[in-house]
Design a binder for this molecule. Structure first.
Ligand code: NAP
Length: 247
């Protein structure tokens, strides 16, 4: 794996999977831009942790679903840290409910953050990467975008949309030397799954061939490899990290 310093923007990096992705990139000597929306303290604490490890990190607040906030954030990162080499579209939310009970709000919020947020960040960063003729974009999707999951019409539609967008962007941006890939985790131990009770968790675990949930580190290490210079001929791919759940 290369350790040359690059500028990496990770959306939704204040907690969970994004937090570990930031740490892994920082450990390899990259400058990390830690995007968050609400968890300012956690984002600043992560920056301090990375600096103590000898790395470079800065926190940037922006709601990824806001056109203007994303534009301002991307410009600010480029002026403070330098040209963005890697974008990880990781910010995401869940608002599960059965179809007939799902509110318009739950639909709109999930589509806005997961799908439109990925579009807005990719559009702004791709504009900067294209003239430089290099860049890596990695979208955090989910096996819910690949296989049917009850109670997740909004989430599955958002992640399925990002999967389709990944392939479209890969076709469009390849000629500019930009690769676009996606990581599709299964069940990963984060706050996102805190809504599941023990019975639900037990039922899910029984369906995973490896018999356990994944860790944020396991997803982060794959993400860092996809972004590495060693991985130069892969684009438009969806890499599943789910302990075999979807096979
Ligand atoms: P998490 O622990 O709930 O963290 C979500 C992150 O997204 C937080 O840092 C949060 O920041 C940020 N975020 C939420 N809304 C945002 C917004 N509008 N603008 C900017 N940032 C926002 O979730 P996670 O489990 O780490 O999930 C990370 C990604 O992996 C998501 O895309 C999720 O769909 C995907 N995924 C997770 C699993 C799993 O099992 N955990 C499985 C498959 C896929 P603030 O707190 O600062 O708002």
């Amino acid at each position: 794996m290369n350790s040359t310093s690059r500028v990496v923007l990770i959306t939704g990096a204040s907690r969970g999977i994004g937090r570990n992705i930031a740490i892994e990139f920082a450990l390899l000597g990259n400058k990390v831009a830690i995007n968050y929306c609400k968890s300012a303290e956690k984002a600043e604490e992560l920056c301090r942790e990375i600096r103590v490890m000898g790395g470079e990190a800065k926190a940037y607040r922006a709601n990824v679903a806001s056109t203007s906030e994303v534009e301002v954030m991307v410009d600010l990162i480029e002026s403070e840290l330098g040209p963005i080499d890697v974008l990880v579209n990781n910010a995401g939310i869940l608002k599960d409910n059965y179809l007939v009970m799902m509110s318009d709000q739950a639909w709109d919020d999930v589509i806005d953050i997961n799908l439109k947020g990925t579009f807005l960040c990719s559009r702004n960063v791709a504009k900067k990467m294209m003239p430089r003729r290099q860049g890596k974009i990695i979208n955090m999707v989910s096996i819910s975008g690949l296989v049917g999951t009850p109670g997740q019409a909004n989430y599955a539609a958002s992640k399925g949309g990002v999967i389709a967008m990944t392939r479209s962007m890969a076709r469009e941006l390849g000629r500019y030397g930009i690769t676009v890939n996606a990581v599709a985790p299964g069940f990963i131990e984060t706050e996102m799954l805190s809504g599941l009770n023990q019975k639900q968790l037990g039922n899910h675990l029984q369906t995973i061939p490896l018999g356990r949930m994944g860790t944020t580190e396991e997803v982060a290490k794959i993400t860092v490899f996809i972004a590495s210079k060693d991985n130069s001929y892969m684009t438009g791919q969806i890499i599943v990290v789910d302990g075999g759940l979807s096979v």
